[in-house]
Ligand binder design. Structure first.
Ligand code: ZN
Ligand code: FE
Length: 239
C-alpha cells in the first residue's frame, strides 16, 4: 500500500492510497476534484473509493465530480449521511471497512464535528485523522464538546507508537509555535521543529507524523485531564 500526498486548496492534503498489486485506489478527503484528476491522468489507477473523515467543504469538495468521473464509491460516517455529498456506504464506530485489499477500522472521534471519523489501516499502521489530530495540534471544537475532543484524542493515543498519522492540513509549523510557547523546555520538540523547518524550506509536506513523536511533542496530547486540555484549546483559539 502506497500513499501519495496531494496538495489541495490553501493548506489541505488529500491522500491517495494505492494498492500496488491491483492498482486500485482510495482517496481520503478530496477537497477539490482537479488536483486528484491531475494526479490520476495518464496513470493506470482505478479510483474506486472516496473516504471522507467529515463533512466540511474542504474535505468533501471533490466528491460529486470524482464520483461522476470515476464511478467511485463514497464512504463516510452514517451520522453524516445528510451532509456528505453522494455518500454510498455508511460506516459505524468500531466497524472494520474491508474492500479489495483495503482494511481499516473506523473510529468515531467527535469534537471538531459531531460525525468526524478516522480511518485506521491497522495492518499498515497508518491512520487518517482529518481535522481531529494535527501534527503538534488538534482541530478546533466546532460542534462537539471539550470532553468529546479529549476522549477522541485519547482513543488515537492508545494506538501503537509507530503508527503514521496523516492529517487534513499543513498546520504543523504554526502549531509548533504554540507548543513551544507552552512547553519551552522540551528538547524533543525543539529537534522536531528543526526537521519541520527543513521540510517546509524544501517545499515538502511535514506529514505523515509518527504517534510517538506526537505523544512527546504535541501539547494537546500531553494534557493530563479535560480541564487542562480545555484551557489549552481556548488559549490556542486566541493565539
Ligand atoms: Zn474541518
Ligand atoms: Fe479542514
Amino acid at each position: 500500500m502506497k500513499i501519495e500526498i496531494i496538495k489541495c486548496l490553501q493548506d489541505n492534503y488529500s491522500y491517495m492510497i494505492i494498492d500496488e498489486k491491483t492498482q486500485i485506489a482510495c482517496v481520503v478527503d478530496p477537497s477539490e476534484a482537479a488536483p486528484i484528476i491531475n494526479f490520476l491522468n495518464g496513470k493506470k489507477i482505478t479510483l474506486k473509493y472516496i473516504l471522507n473523515t467529515h463533512h466540511h467543504f474542504d474535505h468533501i469538495g471533490g466528491n460529486i465530480e470524482l464520483k461522476k468521473k470515476y464511478n467511485s464509491e463514497v464512504v463516510g460516517f452514517k451520522g453524516d449521511r445528510d451532509r456528505i455529498p453522494k455518500i454510498d456506504t455508511l460506516l459505524d464506530d468500531n466497524q472494520i471497512w474491508k474492500r479489495d485489499n483495503f482494511e481499516a477500522k473506523i473510529y468515531h472521534i467527535p469534537g471538531h464535528t459531531k460525525g468526524h471519523i478516522a480511518f485506521h489501516f491497522f495492518n499498515e499502521k497508518k491512520i487518517f485523522t482529518g481535522d481531529t489530530l494535527f501534527s503538534l495540534g488538534c482541530g478546533r471544537i466546532f460542534e462537539g464538546t471539550y470532553n468529546q475532543m479529549f476522549s477522541s484524542l485519547n482513543r488515537i493515543k492508545k494506538l501503537p507508537g509507530n503508527t503514521e498519522i496523516y492529517c487534513g492540513h499543513e498546520y504543523t509549523l504554526k502549531n509548533s509555535d504554540f507548543c513551544l510557547a507552552n512547553d519551552s523546555e522540551n528538547t524533543k520538540l525543539k529537534e522536531k521543529i528543526i526537521k519541520i523547518k527543513e521540510k517546509i524550506k524544501n517545499n515538502l509536506p511535514t506529514l505523515p507524523t509518527i504517534l510517538s513523536d506526537e505523544l512527546e511533542c504535541n501539547i494537546f496530547l500531553k494534557a493530563k485531564d479535560v480541564k487542562s486540555f480545555s484551557k489549552l484549546r481556548d488559549l490556542k483559539d486566541n493565539f
